[in-house]
Design a protein around this ligand. Structure first.
Ligand code: PEP
Ligand code: MG
Length: 875
């Protein structure tokens, strides 16, 4: 029979896949002899089975839960539902990868009308007993029965008002007992049945609720963002309760073994006396910094500090721990490798190497490549910042600087950003997991309430979004769409700026400046460079982008989209003239205008790249992106070209394509109009001659797009070689260049051996290759892909992460076929996937020479390439 339930004593850290992260670590802490309230874990396999059985818990799982329960009860010497000595448990989710706040937790399970009396007598603390009971009813109703908790919160508020008190802790036992009565009536009213009085029924319902929560919308969103597969399922941890709300000698807290914001090696966290966990996490009461515990109870602080150090040494990583103090005794409820900002991640990795704990390779694996983004993000321009005056200060919860228009709801944030792409700052009383989609699109997040471990702070750090939390002076009026600070009003749409590194908030837009690679970050990058074999280039079309990419360590340009060099208003006209030219003569006039622009650009690019390879991709303008659309634009162009409006309009109409992505673009243009390839070759080679004369070494790589047939390639290559060789010969210089192709049409991958006879390199254009392999329009797939996620047909966007099974198979085939004909053929990737860590790893494993990605992704790709080499060494 499958074992679905493990006592903590039966598990260990290595059983994460089965027990989830939390369960495996509770087992490990038990094995280490730490004070852990005992319990058991229902495995991820039980969760998977639950879904297989149509959301039904299997009888053998129930049976094994009850058997484990009995053993745990015996250990505590307590009994479920007992009127003298009742046993209470917490029920928590725990997947393989941590998903903070994404799934549901139930505390104080086991309380019934009878058990509560027992608890009151046993502890001689009826206030505590009824406080626990009312919390449990609310939580059970909310999490298990999906009854909105506001129904109960209103009753609590009404009770406090009636008593004329402000804090929950000011209510006495009788008040809370009355409240329990009211809660039960409310429960029955809303649920149509009484609150369950059998703790075993409560337990099985709760376990199923955790299983269900694996599939709730916020968990699904979090999983997608973090690439956590749906089929992993979650485990459920059932743990004997210890109580932090038993009076002033009890408490609860969360702490990190190092500072998760900046990486400093000091204990960092928060605690509250006379409280339960959710009070700290939900930001309902503002907790105290852990350092103050030393003053309040030095022995406890020292014990916790010792445990923190032991756990950190054991896991060889910074730990994020939850603890509870029950009547002066410390209990550990959880430990896990702590989430941290990018800045902290880099510092901790380097410190752990310097402390002799980790090797460089191990340290490199500790930093999440996608997190590096945060280090590259802008900070405020120092001059502008000096001139600005903060309007308030909150906690520096997640670093970086941002400005944007104020919005008050996640929906509005998403709506505005989608509409005009301008930044927004989400301002909330506090955030909750439902806000996740709005948080993702926001440039920054500002909350009025909650600490460093509040939802906003934790999630923003994870996403690398700048966040100021707990800014108490911010009075949010969500319904009125405004907030005030000391009486001054800020409305939706007003610009504010926030600094997640200092906690300052500014009532204006402050310019930002770009990041530089220095200090610990530069050290980490240099380690990555020592190890990786995969080269990292950049996609850059302008000298500015090329410069930025060099600062970030790019080793050349892997893709220069030459059509992008003509987006500017002052240049697009010449490009349009070329597109609408009706004959060779007209086209040559337009091309003559384009040539000097291109040549100048290439000179600048070669110089920025300081002798590294520069891959120039020949024109590939999807026509619909370039032709003028409005009558006004057509009129203007007609005037410039000395044409009649009607005539030009007709030409443009003739150019209309039903399917422009599969239309007259890429190599097809040079086949129809070879003069385009001639002009571009002149620009590439003349620019090379120019910089060579200035003493720079340059080896241009000319890349022909959208090839599906060797003869197409050969046709253009012949033009390139003829034009280039003539120019080089005339110059008397020794300039080398390569002519290669993009592999972005499936047919090119299938016939890569034929194409490699002529093509001197391959670069995978995985944007088009994905489009054409799936038959999904890259422009429109966003409309229906969400349905694929909802139905779990896809778990991620194939345009963001390489489809390794399908598109990846074509890539592998092309690499192998290419190598057969041209051993060690240079291969790269220049689709968007080149900056995605998973895809970079795939490219390493497939034996590519380089990846090419946007400048801001270069450091990420360098790290991902090093990690890939550590995991799967390649010569
Ligand atoms: C590609 O198709 O992956 C590519 C890099 O080219 P573009 O995005 O310009 O079509
Ligand atoms: Mg393409």
């Amino acid at each position: 029979m499958t074992k679905y339930v493990y006592l903590f004593k039966e598990g260990q850290a290595s059983m994460k896949n089965l027990l989830g992260g939390k369960g495996a670590n509770l087992a490990e802490m038990t094995n280490l002899g730490l004070p852990v309230p005992q319990g058991f874990t229902v495995t991820t396999e039980a969760c998977i089975q639950y879904y297989k059985d149509g959301k039904k818990i299997a009888p053998e799982v129930v049976e094994q839960i009850f058997a484990a329960l009995e053993k745990t009860e015996a250990e505590f010497g307590k009994k479920f539902g007992d009127s003298k000595n009742p046993f209470l448990v917490s029920v928590r989710s725990g997947a393989r990868a941590s998903m903070p706040g994404m799934m549901d937790t139930i505390l104080n399970l086991g309380l019934t009308d009878e058990a509560v009396e027992g608890l009151a007598k046993l502890t001689d603390n009826p206030r505590f007993a009824y406080d626990s009971y009312r919390r449990f009813i609310q939580m059970f109703a909310d999490v298990v029965m999906e009854i909105d908790k506001a129904n109960f919160e209103h009753l609590l508020e009404a009770m406090k008002e009636a008593k004329g008190v402000h804090l929950d802790t000011d209510l006495d036992a009788n008040d809370l007992k009355k409240l329990v009565g009211q809660f039960k009536v409310k429960y029955q009213e809303l649920k149509g049945e009484p609150f369950p009085q059998d703790p075993k029924v409560q337990l099985i319902e709760a376990v199923q609720a955790v299983f269900r929560s694996w599939d709730n919308p916020r968990a699904n969103t979090y999983r997608m963002l973090n690439h956590i597969p749906y089929e992993w399922g979650t485990a459920v941890n059932v743990q004997g309760m210890v109580f932090g709300n038993m009076g002033q000698d009890s408490g609860t807290g969360v702490a990190f073994s190092r500072n998760p914001a900046n990486g400093d090696n000091v204990l960092y966290g928060e605690y509250l006396f006379n409280a339960q966990g959710e009070d700290v996490v939900a930001g309902i009461r503002t907790p105290k910094p852990i350092a103050e515990l030393k003053a309040e109870n030095e022995a406890l602080y020292d014990e916790f500090d010792r445990i923190a150090k032991k756990l950190e040494a054991h896991y060889r990583d910074m730990q994020d721990m939850e603890f509870t103090i029950e009547k002066g005794k410390l209990y550990m409820l959880q430990t896990r490798n702590g989430k941290r900002t990018a800045q902290a991640a880099v510092k901790i990795a380097i410190d752990l190497v310097n402390e002799g704990v980790l090797t460089k390779e191990e340290a490199l694996l500790k930093v999440e490549p996608s997190q590096l983004d945060a280090l590259l993000h802008p900070t405020f321009d120092p001059k502008a910042l000096k001139a600005a005056k903060p309007i308030t200060q909150g906690l520096a919860a997640s670093p970086g600087a941002a400005y944007g228009r104020v919005v008050f709801t996640a929906e509005r944030a998403a709506e505005l950003v989608k509409k005009d792409k301008l930044p927004v700052v989400l301002v909330r009383q506090e955030t909750s997991p439902e806000d996740i989609e709005g948080m993702v699109v926001s440039a920054g997040i500002l909350t009025a309430r909650g600490g460093m471990t509040s939802h906003a702070a934790v999630v923003a750090r994870g996403m690398g979004t700048c966040c100021v939390a707990g800014a108490g002076e911010v009075k949010v009026n969500e319904a009125g769409k405004f907030f005030t600070i000391n009486g001054k009003r800020y409305n939706e749409g007003d610009y504010i700026s926030i600094d997640g590194s200092t906690g300052y908030v500014y009532g204006e837009k402050i310019a930002t400046t770009e990041a530089v690679v220095s200090g610990d970050f530069a050290t980490l990058m240099s380690w990555a460079d020592e190890i990786r074999v995969l080269k990292v280039r950049t996609n850059a079309d302008t000298p500015r982008d090329a410069h930025q990419a060099r600062v970030f360590g790019a080793e050349g340009i892997g893709l220069c989209r030459t059509e992008h060099m003509f987006f500017e208003a002052s240049r697009i006209k010449a490009m349009r003239e070329m597109i609408v030219a009706k004959n060779l003569k007209e086209r040559e006039v337009a091309l003559a205008k384009l040539l000097p622009m291109q040549r100048e650009d290439f000179i600048k690019l070669y110089k920025e790249m300081e002798g590294y390879a520069v891959t120039v991709r020949y024109l590939d303008p999807p026509l619909h992106e370039f032709v003028p659309h409005t009558d006004a634009e057509i009129k203007e162009l007609a005037k410039d070209m000395g044409l009649e409006f009607e005539e030009l309009k007709r030409t443009i109409e003739d150019l209309h394509e039903t399917n422009p992505m599969l239309g007259h673009r890429g190599v097809r243009l040079s086949i129809t109009y070879p003069e385009i390839a001639v002009m571009q070759t002149k620009a590439v080679i003349e620019a090379a001659i120019h910089v060579t004369k200035e003493g720079l070494h340059v080896e241009p790589e000319i890349m022909i797009p959208l090839i599906g047939e060797l003869k197409e390639f050969k046709f253009v290559k012949d033009i390139v070689v003829k034009t280039a060789d003539e120019l080089i010969k005339k110059s008397g210089l020794n300039i080398k260049y390569l002519v290669g192709t993009m592999i972005e049409i499936p047919r090119a991958a299938l016939l890569a051996d034929e194409i490699a006879k002529e093509a001197e390199f391959f670069s995978f254009g995985t944007n088009d290759l994905t489009q054409m392999t799936f038959g999904f329009s890259r422009d429109d797939a966003g409309k229906f892909l969400p349905d694929y996620y909802k139905t779990k047909i896809f778990e991620s966007d194939p345009f963001a992460h390489i489809d390794q099974r399908g598109v990846g198979k074509l890539m592998k085939m092309a690499v192998n076929l290419g190598n057969e004909v041209r051993p060690n053929i240079k291969t790269g990737i220049c689709g968007e996937h080149g900056g995605d860590p998973q895809s970079v790893e795939f490219c390493h494993n497939t034996g590519l020479t380089y990846v090419s990605c946007s400048p801001f992704r270069v450091p990420l790709a360098r790290l991902a390439a090093a990690q890939a080499q550590i995991r799967n060494p390649r010569k």
